[in-house]
Ligand binder design. Structure first.
Ligand SMILES: [Zn+2]
Length: 280
């Protein structure tokens, strides 16, 4: 009898199975890296991932961004299954791609498609920094180029949210060529009288900031987003000067004429809809 009692106890104390563990929601609470306020992740999500106490813009996934902007049920994704090859046989590249696919449920660092925004037709692309730091490999460049070509074909405006660490070193020169390819496609869009709105989110750096992200008819950015080409330390070492504290932030670029506007995430949809309605 006594033995039964203990064995039962033991049964109740078992470690949850792998499956049970997975069902536990990830990160019930989130701490703001800027003001250290701890809040419910659900609340934060409802607030479009903007900290309600300091306004810090947390990272958003590509699909969450699309959901926050595109009218429900109208989004039609392009080239969802396109995946990268490993043209240089770069060590561990394929494993890393596979890991990121699993981690993010994405096949690449950008999601492109078409939908309506408050009824206005639009082609939209959203980069996702969780996938290989949003780096631009051949698939990212190709998906963006195809989205631009579709916008030309259907005479719809093109909106792109960038978030990127720059070129994807594992693809070498093929990655760098995407800068020219996407820029050429945008030039064609421009010649056809198309509209391109670029929104730079945190962080937009390297080859992405040096190509399509800076080529908008309107160049917007989210508050405090890091935007630049080379890293701060490299520039300081090269020019042997100390840089201002706010260097490479959206606000700094606005002050120096490289951006048209810094748009708070909660005003993003209204701002975009206004621009779309002006260009109808
Ligand atoms: Zn905060």
């Amino acid at each position: 009898m006594l033995r039964d009692f203990f064995s039962k106890k033991k049964k109740y104390a078992t470690i949850p199975s792998e499956r049970a563990k997975q069902e536990v929601p990830e990160g019930l609470m989130t701490k703001c890296p800027s003001c250290r306020t701890i809040m419910y992740t659900k609340e934060l999500k409802k607030n479009l991932y903007v900290c309600s106490s300091c306004g810090h813009h947390h990272r958003m996934t590509a699909y969450e961004r699309i959901e926050s902007l595109i009218d429900q049920g109208t989004f039609e994704e392009f080239d969802k299954d396109m995946i990268a090859k490993d043209p240089l046989n770069f060590p561990t590249y394929e494993e890393k791609l596979e890991q990121d696919r699993k981690k993010t449920d994405l096949n690449e660092a950008v999601v492109t498609g078409r939908g309506t925004m408050n009824g206005y037709n639009t082609v939209i692309g959203v980069m996702d920094a969780r996938f290989r730091m949003g780096s631009m490999g051949s698939v990212v460049g190709e998906k963006i180029t195809r989205a631009i070509e579709r916008a030309i074909e259907t005479k719809e405006p093109f909106i792109l949210f960038s978030a990127s660490g720059g070129a994807r070193m594992q693809e070498g020169v093929l990655s760098l060529m995407q800068m020219a390819k996407t820029s050429a496609a945008l030039q064609k869009l421009d010649r056809e009288g198309g509209l391109f709105i670029s929104i730079m989110t945190h962080p937009t750096t390297g080859g992405v900031s040096a190509s399509f992200a800076s080529l908008g008819d309107y160049n917007f950015a989210e508050p405090k987003a890091l935007i630049g080409f080379a890293g701060r330390r490299i520039i300081e070492q090269t020019i042997r000067q100390e840089l201002p504290e706010d260097f490479q932030t959206a606000e700094f670029l606005l002050k120096h004429g490289q951006l048209d506007r810094v748009v708070h995430r909660q005003d993003m949809k209204d701002t975009l809809v206004k621009v779309l309605s002006m260009h109808q």
